[in-house]
Design a protein around this ligand. Structure first.
Ligand SMILES: Cc1ncc(COP(=O)(O)O)c(C=O)c1O
Length: 428
């Protein structure tokens, strides 16, 4: 297909999308990418051009991993029902998942999406505490349901006047004080809630603070806030939808902080693209919740989804992907840090495992956010066949979050192309 014909085809698809799906959807990049195939860390457009995927954390064990595809196809050919019938696969999945958690976490419930998992976690927290007040960070994202919109300020919607939600600044690196400062913000927000007659129910945090700009250091900074949450009579909800399943070099993001949350929500990478998600919890909480509520989710925990998630766990173990995330992540971070010396636009590089944020500012961390330059780099990389994105309150943090099968050769290619994009920015 000629370049002109390609442009016409892309414009046709965009117009058709608008006509059929309406105006609420957004596309990535100035020139949206049309993808038709994926394999490992590579994505392909209709012309056969390939893109290095350094962004997609859903196809976490690699796009279209044959073992996951086979598990889905095999189970779909035999039976797909729901959790009101006895079936072993969902129990095998629960058993396997629970071995990855600390002993205090004893049950797991299944949903289809991360939003549903967080919504269920809120319900459990409300039931068990008798409270309605929740805290999230200032640029958090926790999902699409009405209950989660206030807890997802990155959507840009103002809190309603009588909202029971309080937003706190995210834990920005303040050295050893990071955890204490964050705990103080959370304590003040609980006090504010109580003054308004709102009983605390919980704190929900993404343990790598993805949409707050990827905040990882120093590991352990979530320890002080756990006590603060419990002292307020509330529960700690660890949203592992982004950091979970090995991305940060450990199976769960909260493990980097040496804490045991009350509720853990998971999703995205759990089925490698198949919609499966869930909530893991302390049994005493579900004892209380189960005594007062019933839960049924038509598709949550169905045998096909459970088979997909089991296959993902198999691949994570057999291919050593948690270790790879740690190893390749350290390698990539080292190469990015080496770039920092030559490009003053790079103010800070943060991350854990294969979740890395590169913050761009004019004149170091106290300088103005380089929002335009971040957007330009993301688009230049896309033109050059590498997919990343940007996050943070000012959208000035390059977000690098590839499938966990990313290897050093892919890291080399990413850094080479990033340097080319940075040179283009310097050249003006
Ligand atoms: C941290 C976090 N929590 C929850 C969600 C919601 O997950 P889902 O889109 O599967 O509903 C997302 C989605 O981006 C997320 O990033």
């Amino acid at each position: 297909m000629s370049a002109d014909a390609e442009t016409i085809a892309t414009e046709g698809l965009i117009a058709r999308r608008k006509r059929l799906l309406g105006p609420a959807y957004r596309l990535f990049y100035d020139e949206p990418v049309h993808l038709v195939r994926g394999e490992g860390v590579w994505l392909y457009d209709p012309a056969g051009r390939r893109y290095l995927d350094a962004y997609n954390n859903v196809a976490s064990v690699g796009h279209c991993h044959p073992r996951v595809v086979e598990a889905i196809a095999k189970q779909a050919a035999v039976l797909n029902t729901h959790t009101r019938y006895l079936h072993e696969t969902v129990l095998d999945l629960a058993e396997r998942l629970l071995t990855t958690f600390p002993a205090e976490i004893g049950h797991v419930m299944f949903t289809c999406t991360g939003s549903e998992a967080n919504d269920l976690a809120l319900r459990i927290a409300r039931t068990c505490t008798g409270g309605t007040g929740f805290i999230a960070t200032e640029t958090a994202y926790h999902g699409v349901t009405s209950a989660l919109v206030d807890l997802s300020p990155s959507l840009g919607l103002p809190l309603s006047k009588d909202s029971a939600v309080r937003l706190v600044p995210p834990p920005r690196a303040a050295g050893d004080e990071t955890g204490a400062v964050f705990a103080r913000h959370v304590a003040a927000a609980f006090d504010d809630m109580k003054k308004a007659g709102i009983r605390p129910a919980g704190l929900i945090v993404d343990t790598i603070f993805s949409s707050d700009g990827v905040l990882a250091d120093p590991a352990g900074f979530l320890q002080p806030v756990l006590d603060t949450v419990h002292a307020a009579g509330a529960l700690f909800i660890a949203d592992e939808v982004q950091p979970g399943f090995g991305r940060c070099g450990q199976m769960w993001g909260f493990a980097r902080h040496g804490i045991v949350p009350d509720l853990v929500t998971m999703g995205k990478p759990m089925g490698n693209g198949h919609p499966v998600a869930g909530v893991a919890a302390r049994p005493e909480l579900l004892a209380e919740f189960g005594a007062r509520s019933r839960y049924f989710n038509t598709f949550g925990g169905n045998p096909v989804s459970a088979a997909a998630a089991l296959a993902v766990l198999d691949v994570i173990t057999s291919e050593g992907l948690v270790e790879n995330a740690g190893r390749t992540g350290t390698y990539l971070m080292g190469k990015l840090r080496a770039l920092k010396g030559s490009y003053p636009l790079i103010a800070e590089i943060r991350g854990a495992g294969l979740f890395i944020g590169v913050e761009l500012r004019h004149g170091g961390m106290t300088g103005a956010p380089a929002l335009k330059q971040a957007g330009r780099i993301v688009n230049l990389l896309r033109e050059d066949g590498v997919l990343i994105s940007a996050s943070g309150r000012e959208a000035n943090v390059l977000k690098i979050r590839p499938p966990l099968v990313f290897a050093p050769e892919h890291a080399d290619l990413l850094v080479e192309k990033l340097e080319k994009a940075l040179q283009a920015i310097v050249a003006g």
